[in-house]
Design a protein around this ligand. Structure first.
Ligand SMILES: [Zn+2]
Length: 524
């Protein structure tokens, strides 16, 4: 029986040879929105992240800096976590693949696959890219004019004895799997790409290196270390107890969603399920290959890949410290469609922030706090026992919430946000403009009170629906009023069902010298 009460999700395990940039952060935020949403919906969630440390590049980088590899990895892990914490990424565990526990459990896994007959000794010769830490096929190198197709750098000819994983043995089983489980690979475009790739024939994969000090030893032949991809993928199971805590492992596996960048879909949709089959384990329920964030060059207007050599790297902390983690999260989830690609530029950031957060949501909040505070001494007397209605004409609240829910569950976050802004927030602001309760209050205080009472319902609905996206500011909004359900207990269904107020609606947010502290101060 599939266990729908739990939700286990992971993000890609990052190389710590440089600090995380906004593209790396994009993935973590998308995963975090999903994790927070699932928690709201009362699923038991386990959210795994980590760093991929057993690479030659990492030990080289450490040596360049005159550091021990472990010390370097530990310091980078600290720096990564600092960024994830600043972005309010609610991970439950952060795995460093250099940890002894990961090493031991990895060794158990590879031994099992070896015992099952899916690993053999051979020779590998081919074109090797140091940047990718992978061999490239002759065709790939030829097509790229003798260079690595990803890095556009020189590849070198390498030959070495090594152990192979019999990936070729799984071609039929994989194709059958894709057919039986159409939801496995998301979005759809990546699914088609993978099916074509696997149909083209799978090579056996060399999974070991020799002559490396750093890395995980092959248990039955210790002069070999395990190739980084093979060990990195295993983080997804060693992090939940594979190899040393069967009860915990069975509680979470199979994974509900692996969030990864689209460039590593093959590793996750072909190699990874094949490895799991070889070890007689279940395959994940879903792999989601998200798009990339490009930097929009404001002078030329072109979208550039984020890269150190182009000098266009934007660090998450640049945005978080200037604005807030919620503003950061909002921009990327709103502007960059998660399944596709998106762009970042400071001017676009300012536009989205000002128009949707400062002028729209922020303005709505500030009006709905200020008017009741100044004219009704914070209490809308006579509203106890009344049930508010949404002030947007023609909005079917149940359908609206259920569509937003569908977008969130399928990771189409930008569509969820667009819908909330366009169909709920903007029309509520328009309603206020039309009713002008700030004027009405002078001639008909009861009518103005009604306008406010119903308009505030929009803030209740919006803060619940936006909770996974902007956890901090939505808590501030929700707690600005005496809504009945405690903030910690709200779920999406609550947004769809307005309920009668037990007491008179009251503004709890305090004014500071007659004014609301702006939740999203305008960018000048
Ligand atoms: Zn490369």
């Amino acid at each position: 029986m599939p266990d729908d009460s739990k939700f286990f999700l992971t993000t890609a395990i990052d190389y710590p040879n440089s600090r995380p940039h906004i593209g790396t952060a994009f993935e973590k935020i998308g995963a975090d929105v999903q994790a927070r949403y699932r928690r709201m919906q009362r699923q038991r969630v386990f959210f795994l992240m980590g760093n991929d440390e057993n690479t030659v590049k990492v030990s080289k980088k450490a040596a360049e800096l005159g550091l021990g590899t472990q010390a370097y990895c530990d310091d980078m892990a600290r720096q990564f976590r600092e960024v994830w914490d600043a972005l309010d990424i609610s991970y439950d565990t952060f795995i460093q693949t250099s940890s002894p526990r990961h090493h031991e459990c990895c060794r158990k896994f590879i031994q099992k696959v070896y015992d099952n007959g899916f690993i053999y000794l051979g020779d590998y010769e081919g074109w090797y890219c140091e940047g990718c830490e992978a061999f490239k096929t002759d065709t790939e190198v030829k097509e790229a004019g003798g260079l690595c197709p990803n890095h556009k750098t020189k590849v070198e000819r390498r030959k070495e004895p090594c152990y192979f994983f019999k990936q070729s043995a799984f071609q039929e089983r994989l194709l059958k799997l894709y057919e039986e489980r159409p939801d496995l690979i998301q979005p759809e475009s990546r699914r088609n790409e993978i099916i074509e790739y696997v149909k083209g024939g799978l090579r056996d994969i060399n999974i070991t290196r020799t002559g490396e000090e750093w890395g995980i030893r092959v248990p039955w032949d210790e002069k070999f270390t395990i190739y980084v991809w093979f060990d990195a993928l295993l983080t997804y199971i060693t992090g939940i107890g594979y190899g040393d805590d069967a009860a915990e492992f069975n509680k979470w596996w199979p994974c509900d969603t692996h969030f990864i960048g689209k460039d590593i879909t093959r590793f996750h949709c072909a190699l990874w399920p094949a490895m799991l089959m070889a070890a007689e384990l279940d395959v994940p329920k879903q792999v989601f290959g998200h798009g990339f964030v490009y930097i929009k060059n404001e002078e030329t207007g072109t979208a550039e890949k984020i890269s150190k050599s182009l000098g266009n790297v934007v660090e998450p902390m640049d945005i978080v410290t200037k604005f807030s983690s919620d503003a950061f999260r909002y921009y990327f989830m709103r502007e960059c469609p998660f399944p596709g690609d998106g762009e970042f530029s400071w001017s676009r950031f300012a536009d989205v922030y000002n128009s949707e957060l400062a002028n729209n949501l922020g303005n709505l909040l500030s009006r709905l706090i200020t008017i009741p505070s100044k004219n009704y001494d914070t209490v809308l007397t006579g509203t106890a026992g009344r049930t508010p209605v949404v002030v947007v004409p023609q909005l079917n609240l149940r359908d609206f919430v259920s569509e937003v829910k569908g977008y969130v569950e399928s990771c189409r976050f930008s569509l969820a946000l667009q819908k909330i802004v366009q169909e709920l927030l903007t029309p509520t602001n328009q309603y206020l403009e039309l009713q002008a309760p700030w004027k009405l209050v002078k001639t008909d205080k009861d009518a103005a009170r009604d306008v406010l009472f119903h308009a505030i319902e929009t803030l209740r609905i919006a803060s619940i629906l936006l909770k996974p996206f902007m956890p901090r500011s939505m808590e501030t909004i929700y707690k600005s009023f005496n809504f009945t359900t405690p903030w910690e207990q709200v779920r999406y269904e609550d947004a769809a069902t307005p309920s009668a107020f037990a007491e008179d609606l009251r503004v709890l947010a305090a004014l500071e010298s007659g004014k609301v502290k702006p939740l999203f101060p305008r960018i000048g």
